[in-house]
Structure formats: structure tokens, C-alpha cells
Design a protein around this ligand. Structure first.
Ligand SMILES: Cc1cc2nc3c(=O)[nH]c(=O)nc-3n(C[C@H](O)[C@H](O)[C@H](O)COP(=O)(O)O)c2cc1C
Length: 165
């Protein structure tokens, strides 16, 4: 049975996700990062998380070569970063972005991210035109509750914010 690609995109677009920027630092010190919506928690014991990059993604290849990555969960005020780190036409996505190196892997932690999860690459599984990347969590932190962090959400091709009922 064949599935129409545009219907697949439309239907799957009805599933909302958070927005993350997955980062790493290359051997020559250059920061790398791209927008990822397919981030998920995987296991508590051992602590594992995952995401699915496209197999032909240049930025994923660059991140894979470092052996580690940091997942930055974007807050609702960071919509601009969502697009800045997704467009291949923007070759210097870190321009104008404040960041610091994570203590263990040295991957960029973006200023204003509401949470970050620093990982070493535990495994990579082929999954059609994507790969499933499993990361072992080595360190993680969230914004202070007093800051009342609100996540950025992605739904049907657009970004928005979360409201409690
Ligand atoms: C909200 C949002 C979520 C995204 N999620 C993913 C994802 O889970 N996997 C992926 O491969 N690309 C995802 N992308 C697209 C990548 O960010 C984009 O294709 C990538 O940065 C292009 O980099 P490249 O130069 O490595 O090809 C997403 C884009 C947006 C705007």
C-alpha cells in the first residue's frame, strides 16, 4: 500500500512537538547546530534520549563526527532561533546568539533555552530516509521555576506557545 507523501506530511503535522536546537562543537572549535522537532525521551535507567535527523543532513554528519550532542529546548521567545537553525541558507546560525560550552561534552548551551540535555552518542539506527540517534545523558538542567519557563511549540508548520487549561 502506498501512502501519498503530502498526506503523510499533513497528517503528521497534526502532531504538535516542542522545538529543540541540537548542538555540538567540532574538533576545530566551530559550533554546529540544527533545529530538531523529533526529540524524545527514551529511557530513565540508563538515561537515554533520542532524535531523528535526515540521513543526508550535513549538520548531522558534522555532529555525529564529534561523538556527542546537546539538546536545547527552546522557550516561546526563541521562535527566531527555530528558523535560524533550520534554514540551510543561513550558514552562520550562531551569529548574534549567546551560548556557552556544556561542562562535559563542550557542546553549545544556548542562552534562554528552557532546558538542556547533554549527551554522548550511544547508537545510530537506520530508519528509512532518517536515522534514529540515541544519546546517553551525561548532564542536564532546566530553567529555574521562578522564571516560569514556557516552551515553543510547532504545529502544522507554525510555531506557537503552550497555554495551561
Ligand atoms: C520545527 C522544526 C523541526 C525540525 N525537525 C527536524 C527533525 O526532527 N529532523 C530533521 O532531520 N530535520 C528537522 N528539521 C529540519 C532541519 O532543521 C533542517 O533541515 C536542517 O537544519 C538542514 O540542515 P542540513 O544543512 O544539515 O541539511 C526541522 C525544522 C523545523 C523548522
Amino acid at each position: 500500500m502506498s501512502i501519498d507523501p503530502s498526506l503523510y506530511r499533513q497528517v503528521l503535522g497534526h502532531f504538535p512537538t516542542g522545538v529543540t536546537v541540537v548542538t555540538a562543537t567540532s574538533a576545530d572549535g566551530t559550533p554546529i547546530g540544527f533545529t530538531i522537532g523529533s526529540f524524545t525521551s527514551v529511557s530513565l535507567d540508563p538515561p537515554l534520549v533520542g532524535f531523528l535527523p535526515m540521513t543526508d543532513s550535513a549538520r548531522w554528519k558534522a555532529i555525529e563526527a564529534t561523538g556527542s550532542f546537546c539538546v536545547n529546548v527552546l522557550g516561546h521567545e526563541q521562535a527566531e532561533l527555530c528558523w535560524q537553525f533550520a534554514k540551510t541558507s543561513i550558514t552562520e546560525p550562531f551569529e548574534g546568539v549567546e551560548w556557552q560550552k556544556s561542562p562535559i561534552t563542550g557542546s553549545p548551551i544556548l542562552e534562554g533555552a528552557i532546558a538542556w540535555i547533554d549527551c554522548t552518542i550511544e547508537g545510530v539506527i537506520d530508519a528509512g530516509d532518517h536515522q534514529f540517534v540515541m544519546g546517553r545523558v551525561v548532564e542536564l538542567e532546566h530553567a529555574h521555576p521562578d522564571l516560569e519557563p514556557v516552551p515553543l511549540l510547532f504545529y502544522k508548520g507554525k510555531v506557537g506557545r503552550f497555554h495551561h487549561e
